[in-house]
Design a protein around this ligand. Structure first.
Ligand SMILES: Nc1ncnc2c1ncn2[C@@H]1O[C@H](COP(=O)(O)OP(=O)(O)OP(=O)(O)O)[C@@H](O)[C@H]1O
Ligand SMILES: [Mg+2]
Length: 164
């Protein structure tokens, strides 16, 4: 696959099924304390990807809803997942207010839809999965992270793919 986003991992131009499968694989590569920022335009697959992660952690993906009316959704799976939507939360202050104690404890995986503007703040721990519409049924997906985190994910995804 061509790499237009060095340093990053291109996950390809993928269907919803493939996107879910990839998210399931990524779930096995995540550690407690990881902050996964999902970026990309409306309807590009951020919540769908979250469902895949939750499925990969042994929960029913249908428990995942867009956190529109709740400040934060919490899914207690093999690891706990804290799911927020930065677009709906608004200001940075509001986002930190909602996440503060959970971030301090770091006892789970953080998934932040529309969280791109938080990248600068979190820096080191951040795993940014970016989604672009390719056409109605396919999305172009890539992962960016700090060098050693990216290496860890790349290796882990390769192994997961091989053992399937
Ligand atoms: N390849 C694909 N990957 C993910 N979703 C797809 C794909 N093809 C079609 N879809 C559809 O696109 C929509 C993606 O919606 P989803 O809620 O996951 O996006 P989102 O990025 O979370 O949107 P929002 O910005 O409103 O939070 C769903 O209706 C899904 O069925
Ligand atoms: Mg969403």
């Amino acid at each position: 696959m061509e790499t237009g986003c060095e340093p990053c991992i291109e996950l390809g131009i993928i269907s919803q099924e493939e996107l879910t499968k990839t998210a399931e694989r990524l779930a096995g590569c995540l550690n407690e304390g990881d902050i996964v920022i999902l970026s990309g335009e409306i309807g590009s697959g951020k919540t769908t990807f979250t469902r895949g992660i939750v499925k990969g952690l042994g929960c029913n993906p249908l428990v995942v809803t867009s956190p529109t009316f709740t400040l934060m959704n919490v899914y207690v799976c093999e690891k706990t997942v804290f799911h927020v939507d930065a677009y709906r939360l608004g200001s940075m202050e509001e986002i930190f207010y909602v996440l503060e104690s959970e971030l301090e404890d770091g006892d789970g995986i953080f998934i932040i839809e529309w969280g791109e503007r938080l990248r600068e703040f979190f820096k080191d721990e951040v795993i940014n999965v970016h989604f672009e519409h390719f056409d109605e049924f396919r999305r172009k997906v890539s992962v960016q992270a700090r060098g050693n985190v990216l290496d860890r994910i790349r290796r882990c995804l390769e192994i997961a793919e091989k053992i399937e």
